[in-house]
Write a protein that binds this ligand. Structure first.
Ligand code: GRF
Length: 200
């Protein structure tokens, strides 16, 4: 399977995928990495792996819709089977979903449907839950609302702050992402309403 990965930050999830894809039995390869901003470690990781990159910034376009279409065009040029949003901090729009809906996944650092949005670890800590985690889901038009492909639970420790909790989540999130994307690539998957089954 051909993967296009979109990032906005440090790209540790991307790195886990790049490392996994180095093994030919994994069944997927990262054919391009896109970002919505320059100068991020995620792009540097792609460069070091010899993977082509592109940057499509909202500010370069007259509207969010134009940006969304341009982003979809850039992604389409690499003919992906699966698009992976790995710490991509923008919502994709209607055009993008018309072309890549059903084969775009995102990872969220909380157990959906709890704590959607940008502050999953902080919201879990503030609420006082003792277990949180990470969710891989098929992207839809909502914020972290898509059909769930995989989840992993992570304990909240009494002395956690947002950073220590997010780091523990991210360690589990990377393993889940690599395992699940590999299975999606090798076995296929079916989206049936809100339920996702791995295997053709
Ligand atoms: C991940 O926890 C992702 O779910 C979140 O931001 C983090 C990205 O980390 N929304 P990285 O860029 O992959 O290191």
């Amino acid at each position: 399977s051909r993967l296009v990965v979109l990032v906005s930050g440090s790209g540790t999830n991307l790195q886990a995928l790049l490392d996994a894809c180095a093994d030919p039995t994994y069944g997927a390869s990262v054919v391009a990495v896109g970002a919505d901003r320059d100068g991020i470690e995620g792009l540097a990781r792609a460069d070091r792996a010899g993977v082509p990159t592109f940057v499509t910034k909202v500010g370069q376009f007259t509207s969010r819709d134009h940006w969304d279409r341009a982003l979809a065009d850039r992604v389409a040029a690499f003919e992906p089977d699966l698009v992976v949003l790995a710490g991509f901090m923008k919502l994709v729009g209607e055009d993008f979903l018309a072309r890549f809906g059903g084969r775009t996944v995102n990872t969220h650092p909380a157990l959906s449907p709890s704590f959607p949005g940008m502050q999953g670890p902080a919201d879990a800590l503030a609420y006082g839950v003792k277990v949180t985690g990470a969710t891989l889901f098929v992207v839809d038009a909502g914020v972290d609302t898509g059909a769930i492909v995989a989840q992993v639970a992570v304990p909240v420790e009494d002395d956690d702050d947002v950073d220590s909790l997010h780091e523990r989540i991210k360690a589990a999130e990377r393993v889940m992402l690599v395992d699940t994307v590999g299975r999606m690539a090798r076995e296929g998957f079916v989206v049936d309403g809100r339920r996702v089954r791995l295997g053709g």
